[in-house]
Every structure is written in structure tokens, then in C-alpha cells.
Design a protein around this ligand. Structure first.
Ligand code: HPA
Length: 234
């Protein structure tokens, strides 16, 4: 038990998939895992554990933003022994050739700040994906037929952004997309020697202002769950 997770230690698997939305954790567990059971519901942040091809897997919500994800990632790794954490989320495209529905796999994530800022202080530590997970995820994503982009993303502290100059700067430096969690996931994983990866589907476009139609969201999310499971288990 931790302040935010009331599962027993043995109820959390070493491999954890983390969607932002807890209801998505429920949907993914019901549709992709065998024998899925609810293991956490503190604050409505559902966690489910089951198996995929015989491998134990937990699917646990992260909430929105780095402070929320940081709480769950810290507790899952340090108190429950999670060793592989894969974010499955959405992002806003920042390049013309990154389209709505495409898959973005983050090698690294730029930030203005993260909850780890107070630890690193003057150091600009580079958050970095686990290469083995990244390689498996790229193969799995291309196998689904999805257009797949691999590179740097931006983990923002705000959804309602008032700094178009920063977005422009990052676009000019090839940043693929913006979301709100990956950098802190990579930093927490690095601190505790866990493996981490963020896989996102493009739900909206910062240049064209196109958005993924609601009826396509479930399919895109399901594809990401499959990519994440293949990344974890090869
Ligand atoms: N900004 C931040 N996070 C996001 C966005 C966005 O445009 N789209 C999906 N997650």
C-alpha cells in the first residue's frame, strides 16, 4: 500500500502500461489482457493486472501532467518493483509530415521544467527512452501499418499554452509533437534503473488544427496497447 495505490505488492506486475485516462486502463485491460482484475481504485485512478500471452501485465492510469505521472511512476517502481513502464498516450503534432492518427515514439523529451527539476538543479539531464523497448516498439508500430515517427517530443506543463514562440522554436528544431508526461517518466525510470518508453498517437495538430475524430480514438488507442505489449515482450 502507498498513499495512492491500495494494491498488495504481488498485485502489480513488473511490466506496467500507463495511459493518462484511468478509464482507458480499464478498457485496455478488458480488451487485451487475460484474467484482468482491478488492483487499484484510489482517487478513481484504476489499475488492472492480468496476463498477455502468459506474461503478467499491469495497466495503470497516470493522470494528466508530469506531477501526477511522477507520483504513480515513483510508487510503482520503488514500492511495487515495476521494472518496465510504457506510457500510451496522445499528443499534438508539431511538424507538417506528422499527421493525425500517426504514431510518435519518443527518443527524448524537452521540457521547461519537471518534478525532477529540484533534484537536477543546474543540470540539464537528458531524458532518454530505453533503446530495447524503443526498437521493439518501432517494429511493432510499423507492423500495424501506422505511419511511425521516432524522435524528440515536448513534455509541456500546460495544455492551454500561451507561448507560441516556444512552440515555434521547438518546431524549428525538429520536435515531433507535444504531450505532458514523457520527460518525467524517463527521469524517474533513470533514477531507479527501470526501463521506460512513451508511445503516443497524434490526436490533434498544432499547425493544421485538425483533430482525430472521436470514432477513431478507440482504434488508435487499441493499436497503441498492442504496440506497447509487443515492445515489452518482443
Ligand atoms: N498539448 C499538450 N498535450 C497534448 C496535446 C497538446 O496539444 N494533444 C495531446 N496531448
Amino acid at each position: 500500500m502507498t498513499p495512492h495505490i491500495n494494491a498488495k505488492k504481488e498485485d502489480i506486475a513488473e511490466t506496467v502500461l500507463m495511459p493518462g485516462d484511468p478509464r482507458r486502463a480499464k478498457w485496455a485491460a478488458e480488451n487485451f489482457l487475460d484474467n484482468a482484475r482491478l488492483v487499484n481504485e484510489v482517487r478513481g485512478m484504476y489499475g488492472f493486472t492480468g496476463t498477455y500471452k502468459g506474461n503478467p501485465v499491469t495497466i495503470h492510469g497516470s493522470g494528466m501532467g508530469m506531477p501526477s505521472l511522477s507520483i504513480y511512476a515513483n510508487e510503482l517502481i520503488t514500492q511495487y518493483g515495476a521494472k518496465t513502464l510504457i506510457r500510451i498516450g496522445s499528443c499534438g503534432a508539431m511538424q507538417d509530415d506528422v499527421k493525425v492518427r500517426d504514431v510518435v515514439i519518443a527518443m527524448t523529451a524537452t521540457t521547461l521544467s519537471t518534478p525532477s527539476r529540484g533534484i537536477f538543479k543546474e543540470l540539464n539531464f537528458a531524458p532518454c527512452a530505453d533503446y530495447g523497448l524503443l526498437e521493439n516498439a518501432v517494429t511493432a508500430a510499423r507492423d500495424t501499418g501506422a505511419q511511425t515517427h521516432v524522435g524528440g517530443i515536448y513534455s509541456s506543463d500546460v495544455f492551454y499554452d500561451e507561448r507560441p514562440d516556444l512552440n515555434e522554436l521547438m518546431m524549428r528544431h525538429g520536435t515531433l509533437a507535444v504531450e505532458m508526461e514523457a520527460a518525467e517518466l524517463y527521469l524517474v525510470a533513470a533514477r531507479h534503473k527501470a526501463r521506460a518508453l512513451a508511445i503516443c498517437t497524434v490526436s490533434d495538430h498544432l499547425i493544421t488544427h485538425e483533430a482525430l475524430p472521436p470514432e477513431d480514438r478507440e482504434q488508435s488507442f487499441g493499436d497503441m496497447v498492442e504496440i506497447a505489449l509487443h515492445a515489452a515482450f518482443g
